[in-house]
Write a protein that binds this ligand. Structure first.
Ligand SMILES: [Mn+2]
Length: 335
């Protein structure tokens, strides 16, 4: 096992501890913590009492827990809204770089970790692929922490039998920067560049410097973000093709997307700092990007409309009732 900052483990440990606390009924959000009892066996899902959607797989990345920018409230809401066979945490889940600066951790951040651990406990296979912001967890590949399996990268097989390479994506930062040169440099330099960003930041962390994001630097350097995103997507898809897989699922650039590059299906699950998106594979094998902020907005609108309708419906029958009945006290209108 590689040596790592113990501090990285703090949020996970905090989650484990509060998960134990949650055994106490007053902390749970339902008889079985909000989980249908049939969750362990999704095949018997017909008996599921809740209307929650059940997915074959859910991919979430770039939540940046530990920073004020993380939309932990929306993420928690999303995690509670569904159940799934497999949950992939595709990197930058806990922002370890923030530990050195201003660490931010509130109950929502804690509840997200607790929720994930609860899902793992109730039969969801949880796979955590660290990114560049939680790279302190890199080196623990193959280990299992409180039911969460740590992996460097993995291959996911969809219902249709397609093989998808699942990775965070930061190792392409160098490739994106030197895209034009790469044609002349050959394979060896290419592999070196893949490792460059990770290496540079490993040294920076050891020396106590803050994280230097090559990707955000490039977003400013490259003419526009669209061009940067396009280059990243192309580089990842090209590598996927070289690997002989059918597609790739990643995060890192905070830009949710589903598109084809030739035969390679490129999918990015986005982020939970701005766009609040997740990638899901439904039980019928189709993939979809969920825009959770939009869903919540819609839900609130419907709720408000229903409440308004209810108010109208309650008001109407009351008035004639009092007047029609002789001798009944005339209702006094409240002011
Ligand atoms: Mn990243």
């Amino acid at each position: 096992m590689k040596k790592t900052d113990d501090a990285y483990l703090f949020p996970l440990m905090a989650g484990v501890l509060s998960e134990r606390e949650a055994e106490n009924p007053k902390h749970t959000d339902g008889p079985s913590g909000g989980f249908p009892s049939s969750l362990e066996n999704p095949a018997a899902g017909g008996a599921r009492s809740s209307k929650k959607p059940h997915y074959r797989a859910v991919f979430v990345s770039d939540t940046h827990l530990g920073t004020r920018a993380a939309r932990a409230d929306l993420l928690l809401d999303f995690l509670k809204s569904m159940t799934c066979d497999k949950l992939f945490l595709v990197g930058d889940i806990i922002d370890g770089w923030q530990l050195k600066n201003r660490w931010y951790w509130d109950t929502d951040h804690n509840d997200v970790i607790r929720r994930v651990l609860k899902m793992a406990k109730h039969g969801t296979e949880v796979i955590y692929i660290p990114g560049n912001h939680d790279e302190g967890l890199r080196g623990f590949e193959g280990h299992n922490m409180a039911g969460v399996e740590l992996a460097y990268e993995t291959i996911y097989e969809s219902l249709s039998g397609k093989r998808y390479w699942v990775l965070h994506g930061d190792k392409f930062d160098g490739v994106v920067k030197y895209a034009k040169w790469l044609a002349h440099l050959g394979d060896h330099a290419y592999v070196m560049l893949l490792r460059l960003n990770t290496g540079v930041n490993w040294i920076r962390r050891k020396m106590g410097y803050s994280y230097w994001s090559l990707s955000s630097y490039l977003k400013h350097k490259v003419k526009n973000a669209v061009e940067y995103i396009g280059r990243f997507e192309e580089a990842v898809a090209a590598e996927a093709e070289r690997m002989g897989v059918d597609g790739v699922i990643c995060g890192h650039i905070h830009h949710a997307e589903r598109r084809f590059f030739g035969k390679i299906e490129y999918m990015n699950d986005g982020d939970w700092v701005e766009s609040c998106t997740a990638l899901v594979e439904k039980m019928d094998g189709t993939f979809e990007i969920i825009y959770w902020a939009d869903e919540v907005r819609e839900r609130e609108l419907v709720k408000a409309e229903k409440a308004a309708k209810k108010q109208k419906a309650v008001k109407k029958p009351k008035k004639p009732k009092g007047r029609d009945k002789p001798g009944a006290p005339v209702p006094v209108a409240a002011e």
